[in-house]
Design a binder for this molecule. Sequence first.
Ligand code: FES
Length: 231
Amino acid sequence: MSVRRLAENQPDSFIPSQDTKAFAKAAVKKFPAGKQASAVIPILWQVQEQNDGWVCEPAIRWTAETLNMPYIRVYEVATFYTMFNLQPVGKFHVQLCGTTPCMLRGSEELKTVCRNVIGGQMDVTPDGKLSWVEVECLGACVNAPVAQINKDYYEDLTPEIFERILEDLRAGKKVKPGPQNPRHSSEPLGGALTLLNGDGKAKSKGKASLRAKTTAKKKKPKTLKAPRKPR
Ligand code: FES
């Protein structure tokens, strides 16, 4: 993973929008008095949303003042989490997982696609559309290799599919997030297997047939004999 530093070129100031101010106020209210620092992550996230996808140095200062925190504490948070971009990014920012499961499933080839289509890490394409960075595990290893683009995950990628996704995004086309092979979610290819016997047949035939079986087994109720008439 690359070293995380603030961008060399910084704006002179950060002016929070009305939305950002209201968001910060509401975020602080969620915590008990004296614990307002707990709102640092959501506020930095909101700041990033307002600032075209990255957190600038004046925004870190504004966040620290708003939360009455030492500047260095907010700086530490912003530079630690890769969810915060410390320099300008493209309209579609790719976070490509390079941790072991994704590496074993082909993330190195995906990095080559990024270099060919976009350029170096944190470079922004001249049209302002794409940028990329390598990150640690995105928590979707079962669908490796994985890339997060803005807020969506793209899983089970191949170099060809990944390149097509990047080109489609750049062209303004709609792309489908999630697994890029025919499987549903993280189920095996071909469908779920855990409820099947070794012969591929369902272990349980469902409620309806179970009910029918139970009913069939039930003994017929004994018919009561009429009491004998006294002689
Ligand atoms: S290793 Fe890539 S998502 Fe976990």
